[in-house]
Design a protein around this ligand. Sequence first.
Ligand SMILES: Nc1ncnc2c1ncn2[C@@H]1O[C@H](COP(=O)(O)OP(=O)(O)OP(=O)(O)O)[C@@H](O)[C@H]1O
Length: 240
Amino acid sequence: MQPAISAQDLFVERGGRQVLRGVSTSIPAGSVTGLLGPSGSGKTTFIRCVVGTQKIKSGTVTVLGESAGTKQLRRRVAYVTQDAAIYPDLSVKSNVGYFAALYGRGRAEAAAAIELVGMADHANHLAANLSGGQKTRTSLACALVSEPDVLVLDEPTVGLDPVIREELWNQFRDLAAAAGKTLLVSSHVMDEADRCDRLLLLRDGTFIADDTPADLRASTGTDNLEAAFLHLIRELDKVA
Ligand SMILES: Nc1ncnc2c1ncn2[C@@H]1O[C@H](COP(=O)(O)OP(=O)(O)OP(=O)(O)O)[C@@H](O)[C@H]1O
């Protein structure tokens, strides 16, 4: 089966520094892949390559069989950035309705997206008055209204309390399992890693692991993923 996202030997420079150093991966459709790594390791840069907003030095990125960023992918790939990109002076319904109109969708699709993220009870609330988690979910609804096949989320749970994080991760899982969508979710919180089908661990612009959580634990002989990550770093430091 064709991967939903594929990167081959990808190199990116930013501000004269090499930020991605020859990364390759293949992300299966209908899965949740976690992109994890410390601050500055290149997560947002990789995400920008997938959504087609990053200048690439060399290598290729393919999404749903097309070159990343091409016009055909605009409606099929949704990007939720770190800051909730919603209008504070509009209600949840108007925010999602606005994005629905942009994508040629109607009220029914907007209502379905709001329902999907569990915001139906807050549909008439002003975005400015929402909590952090509710803002993130509204952003997610704005992204979902175009009915994308691929959803790319940059640190969607940052700053949220554990209960809301749990709810959001359940929604991510449902979107992959029930709706067949492919999710690429970045995080620097290792305790979120176990919720993913696959993990990409980034360090200094290189993938040091591309595996399932279970296989990663087994191959490193550890029982938690934070320890697995540290184990990999120590092994690499020994070689260097
Ligand atoms: N506009 C820019 N110009 C020059 N260098 C940049 C720019 N944006 C990011 N970088 C550098 O690229 C590297 C990777 O940044 P990136 O934002 O991809 O990391 P990240 O893993 O997403 O970090 P965080 O978790 O803090 O968001 C960092 O060293 C950063 O300083």
